[in-house]
Design a protein around this ligand. Sequence first.
Ligand code: PLP
Length: 450
Amino acid sequence: STQEWQQLDAAHHLHPFSDMGSLNKVGSRVITRAEGVYLWDSDGNKIIDGMAGLWCVNVGYGRKELAEVAYKQMLELPYYNTFFKTTHPPVIELSKLLSEVTPGGFEHFFYCNSGSEGNDTVLRIVHQYWAAVGQPKKRYIISRKNGYHGSTIAGASLGGMDYMHEQMPSQVSNIVHISQPYWFGDGGDLSPAEFGLKCARELEAKILELGAENVGAFIGEPFQGAGGVIFPPESYWPEIQRICRQYDVLLCADEVIGGFGRTGEWFAHQHFGFEPDTMTLAKGLTSGYIPMGAVAIRKKVADALIAGGDFNHGLTYSGHPVAAAVAVANIKILREGGVIERVKNETGPYFQKALREALAASPLVGEIAGAGLVAGMQLTEDKASRKRFANGGEIGLKCRDYCFKNNLIMRATGDRMLLSPPLVINKHEIDEVVEKAAHCIGLTARDLGM
Ligand code: PLP
């Protein structure tokens, strides 16, 4: 029974990113199956998944072809490593396919099991690259406050989440953070364009402070996902790219959320108009059916690594054949099924418009940011002055709990409500997500007397 599951779960399972004390009082919801954009819990409730799991189930649940590919591959070659001059067909096929779907200039791919490991790998690549080209002093990495780059020690050091740093005295050194480009919250009287330039120029100031000869890379999510779906002003990324090029600093895009179609482009940096030197990939790479991460490496960086001798980095499961086979099948669904074009031309614009129309009159929603099938909605005390609530996070959690009760998965980051449904969601299902989200935001506003 649900109660037995919950008791066993509370007795033996330490959940990630959860306050176990309060979780155990209410009991975790037990998710037992899924199909398309829907989940079912152990009490038989049907829940619409507005978050694609954790921003990852891009092709939706219940794809038999992915299960079949995994089954076949397990029978044929369940495992072999790619260390020491061995390889296998699935990883070869995946690398070729990735070189086709990534924008020009990416020909080499390194594999791991997660986004966090991907960003650890980026650090290794950056250091090895600068050593290979004779500039080993370029050790500083610049990242951003409120960015999220994973939960390994390096991932969390790169990330700009204070609460994670506080629990982790042993951070990776030589990582420094600059401001996030969050106009609605921090832009004051500046226009979005002015604020975007101001934030980008913080990078330039930091490079000059540290000395360009000491700075190896800047890393950022094209839009900050876990930080609240923060979409930077249009002026931001082109200026960041100019600065990176001017001071010979590698530009590393963390595409773990944005990659594989989320904004309606294959990769989110294409939406924002810049060209990174590395791309961290995970989540949508396999649509979450099996763990896999990767780093796409621009040719000039890969060439230097290859010329530089041994790349002393690798994981037992780098390029795991079953994960690679699933990734190939998943990318083929995205490509041959026209999934990403549909997000760009149909479902993405429909979702963005429907959300804005449904929430235009809400006194609680101050900003809606997003493109394609991702959105962040800022709950505010006063829309006109962009004033946020003093007790940041409480209102968001209240709204999230209403959604949970109403069988919609919508995430809260502080007082920002986040949506990122599977990319195969249809218009009828989008209507359901939007209606439920608006209803729950309405209930939250009512509780606040708005
Ligand atoms: N980078 C970004 C932008 C992410 O959103 C995440 C996870 O949400 C990660 C890295 C870490 O990925 P993983 O949880 O697979 O380690």
